[in-house]
Design a protein around this ligand. Structure first.
Ligand code: DLL
Length: 426
């Protein structure tokens, strides 16, 4: 462990710490942020009502729209002069969401990413090929700061420029690589084209995240690069990468750094807090942030909490892989479908590549979903089998289209969009 005194804190002490941090947080928000004062008043709560962790359920959620309404820095708790960095996540429409950090927040950011990289297998002195995008996106600079804190030697290559990345991996012999899982597949293909396989590479650990991915991708990346791959999760509104990370020796759920981020799982429609182990929307409170503490942030990410305290000695809870986003939900002729459910079927069939795209179209009043998958040649039997399995396991009729290997879009270094919705177009 990077910080055993924190990561293995006995659970009763951890809960007491969380309560006192949450109490301090709501008091500061009430005192300093008019928008939170209004939200508390509308919900009929005051900071003094938070006497036990269960009381948190009475407090309001914060949504992306609250950050947008306060654009750019309406929810900030500190004067402008105390800010040290700003990141922004690009929205699909309109203004980006801006997030701000003061010196203390950057310390927290470095600490949680250092813990994450350590859990992923990185150790001081290793060379770190960082292919997350540098810039307004939190991925590049966020992992960079944590790597510095851990004592890695970072190659800040950023996303894109695949041929140059391959050259650098060959020449600088990094032990650790970080990028999106879809870009790891692109790098693996490019390395293979140069005749470089797992035994030729220095890489040992891959830290993959920023988008959903399945076990099949893990297996492919591990085999092609000769690494142990772990899942890193995070989001700009809470801090960036490093909210949670899997342990490389275990690879079963990402340890959530609960001394900084308080997790809840809630029902996607009612917002009711669900018992541990149930699937729902992840809601996070960034308790220790000073510039931009966010209360009960509705991440929209669907997952479940798993217990901690297993072989790794960490007491903090883990979160399962992200199963989808509450706003990615496709409602196809009345049936709820997440793209990851389709991916899961492909994984169980095992004969197709992890490259797929979902295309939604409309004929008259009927919505249609076409699942485009790469395969070598057209195999009508395979196509029918995929359609049949999806009908049985997901409950919808889709059309499967097999495309030539290498023909579907690949990640260009950033997040890959898998769903194309043409239903609004003629
Ligand atoms: O993607 C932060 C990050 C950078 C995480 C690098 C990991 C590695 P945003 O751009 O604000 O921040 O996007 C956050 O991305 O709400 C999820 O929907 C998705 N996401 C992030 N990590 C994972 C993951 C960064 N491991 C949004 N699995 C989140 C699935 C993920 N989805």
């Amino acid at each position: 462990m990077f910080q055993p005194e924190r990561e293995a804190l006995p659970v009763p002490e951890l809960r007491a710490l969380q309560l006192s941090q949450l109490q301090r947080m709501v008091e500061r928000q009430h005192e300093r942020v008019p928008a939170y004062r209004d939200k508390f008043r509308a919900a009929g709560v005051a900071p003094g009502d938070l006497r036990a962790l269960d009381d948190l359920a009475r407090f309001p959620f914060t949504y992306k729209a609250d950050l947008r309404d306060g654009y750019p820095l309406g929810l900030s708790c500190v004067p402008r002069g105390e800010l040290r960095r700003i990141h922004a996540s690009s929205g699909t429409s309109g203004k980006p969401t801006v997030v701000a950090y003061d010196e203390h927040d950057l310390e927290v950011f470095g600490e949680v990413v250092a813990r994450s990289l350590y859990a992923a297998g990185a150790r001081p002195g290793m060379v770190f090929h960082n292919a997350y995008g540098y810039g307004l996106f939190t991925g590049g600079l966020g992992t960079h700061g944590g790597a510095a804190r851990l004592g890695l030697c970072t190659v800040p290559v950023s996303g894109g420029g695949t041929e140059r990345q391959v050259q650098l991996i060959e020449d600088l012999q990094p032990e650790v690589i970080a990028c999106t899982p879809s870009y790891a597949l692109v790098l693996a293909e490019a390395l293979a084209r140069r005749g470089l396989g797992p035994d030729d590479l220095s890489l040992r650990y891959a830290v993959l995240g920023a988008e959903p991915w399945a076990e099949k991708t893990r297996a492919e990346v591990e085999a092609a690069l000769g690494v142990k791959a772990t899942n890193i999760y995070g989001l700009s509104e809470i801090i960036g990468p490093g909210v949670s990370n899997e342990d490389h020796a275990e690879q079963r759920g990402s340890y959530l750094w609960e001394d900084h981020f308080y997790p809840e799982i809630v029902h996607p429609q009612t917002g009711e807090v669900l018992p541990e182990g149930e699937l729902g929307v992840l809601v996070l409170s960034s308790m220790t942030r000073t510039a931009l503490p966010i209360l009960r942030y509705w991440t929209g990410d669907i997952t479940r909490l798993l217990p901690g305290g297993n072989a790794t000695g960490r007491t903090m809870r883990r979160m399962d892989g992200i199963q989808g986003r509450s706003d990615d939900l496709i409602i196809l002729r009345g049936v709820n479908v997440y793209p990851t459910q389709l991916e899961a079927v492909l994984v169980t069939l095992g004969q197709v590549s992890p490259h797929y795209q979902v295309v939604l179209t409309r004929t008259g009043l009927m919505d249609d979903l076409t699942l485009r998958i790469e395969a070598d040649g057209d195999h009508p039997a395979l196509r029918l089998e995929i359609e049949r399995q999806i009908k049985v396991l997901v409950g919808v009729s889709v059309r499967c289209e097999l495309c030539e290997a290498g023909s579907l879009p690949r990640s260009e270094g950033g997040k890959l969009r898998r769903v194309t919705d043409l239903r609004g177009e003629r």
